[in-house]
Design a binder for this molecule. Structure first.
Ligand code: ADP
Ligand code: MG
Length: 343
């Protein structure tokens, strides 16, 4: 008979890391989400060799007290939820309490932090899941996390990493998504000592789109806005879509932000396609930056470990709202008269 045993926390963390940490860009996403959750107004990301050698994220957020550092990297330890009911009112990007534990298991991690009201900071180093004693350090208020040599102890995963350029493409896309969802935060991205992005804090999404994709694209966007009453709850849709004359050969410029998190939703992508039906040539895709705000109780974000996909309580209704809002906007914008219809 086979013997059943409880797995050690190291093995459990390695399994969790396999789910959440696919490549350096996943580390960037998890660390920056933590920085956004910490209330930071400035987040600096430094990368060496496509993130394989180094991912460093520095923020000016709330910091972590010295006596909590060890907990921050423990699995299933989080400051963001306390009980099961909280799962239905999650207002933060994180809540699973697994990212740092997973990353620490498959890298060399240094965590340095100081809450603004503490005089000294503290530093914790973990190598492949093994923690060194915490030591006091001098550091600015906020948190810096350095991840070196990702997957050094998981050769199979290490082998799957692609060229510096490919990994950097994924990292840039991760930063783009995070930056679109938090226009009020100053972001910078540096690779190999070269500044790739410097995104000053702005007051609205259109300005952030301009910093990321250029003023020409941003200025030509059509603004949309609608609200749908859902009992005593409201579903607010806002954002920007491109004139059909500005389409793309792929659907990569379609961003959907749900309560501060960029997600992917096939059904809403379909609604977008429907709204543009007859306005675009085949093989062309609309451009959009949409912001959906609704009560966390109307959506389950606990479906996917990386939270890329969510489940709406009433997806059909949001589908109709998106389609209806775009259709009436296109009618009132009179795209035909401007000669924007292709063919
Ligand atoms: P989660 O984000 O799901 O809570 P993580 O493993 O990503 O789980 O982080 C664990 C905890 O560590 C967080 O709940 C938070 O309290 C703390 N933490 C992580 N990063 C930061 C940061 N940059 N600033 C302040 N606290 C942080
Ligand atoms: Mg997190």
């Amino acid at each position: 008979m086979p013997t059943i045993r409880q797995l050690s926390s190291n093995v459990v963390n390695k399994i969790a890391a396999g789910e959440v940490i696919e490549r350096p860009a996943s580390v960037v996403k998890e660390l920056v989400e933590n920085s956004v959750d910490s209330g930071a107004t400035r987040i600096d990301v430094t990368i060496e060799q496509g993130g394989v050698e180094l991912v460093r994220v520095t923020d000016n957020g709330c910091g972590i007290a010295a006596d909590q550092l060890q907990l921050a990297v423990a699995s299933h330890a989080t400051s963001k939820i306390a009980d099961a009911d909280d799962l239905f009112r999650v207002g933060t990007l994180g809540f699973r309490g697994e990212a740092l534990a997973s990353i620490a298991e498959v890298s060399r991690l240094v965590l340095r932090s100081r809450p603004a009201d503490c005089e000294a900071g503290a530093e914790l180093e973990i190598v492949g899941g093994r923690a060194e004693p915490i030591r006091p350090v001098g550091c600015p208020a906020g948190t810096t996390i350095e991840i070196r040599q990702l997957f050094f102890n998981t050769p199979v995963r290490h082998k799957f990493m692609r060229t510096t350029q490919t990994e950097m493409g994924h990292i840039t896309e991760a930063i783009t998504r995070l930056a679109l969802a938090a226009p009020h935060v100053h972001f910078s991205l540096t690779h190999g000592g070269r500044l790739v992005h410097d995104l000053p804090p702005v007051s609205n999404l259109r300005e952030r789109i301009g910093s990321l994709f250029g003023a020409e694209l941003a200025d030509g966007l059509i603004e949309i806005e609608s609200a749908d009453e859902h009992g005593d709850q409201q579903i607010r849709l806002s954002g920007y879509v491109a004139n059909p004359s500005h389409s793309r050969g792929n659907n990569r410029l379609q961003y959907l932000i749900l309560n501060g998190r960029v997600i992917r939703d096939r059904s809403l992508q379909h609604a977008l396609g429907e709204a543009y039906r007859g306005l675009l040539l085949t093989g062309r895709y609309p451009i959009c930056f949409l912001n959906l705000e609704l009560s966390p109780s109307l959506v389950d974000v606990n479906v996917h470990p990386t939270k890329l996909e969510v489940r709406f309580q009433d997806g059909g209704r949001i589908y109709s709202q998106l389609l209806g809002t775009l259709r009436s906007k296109f009618l009132s914008t009179d795209l035909v008269a401007r000669g924007s219809f292709p063919g």
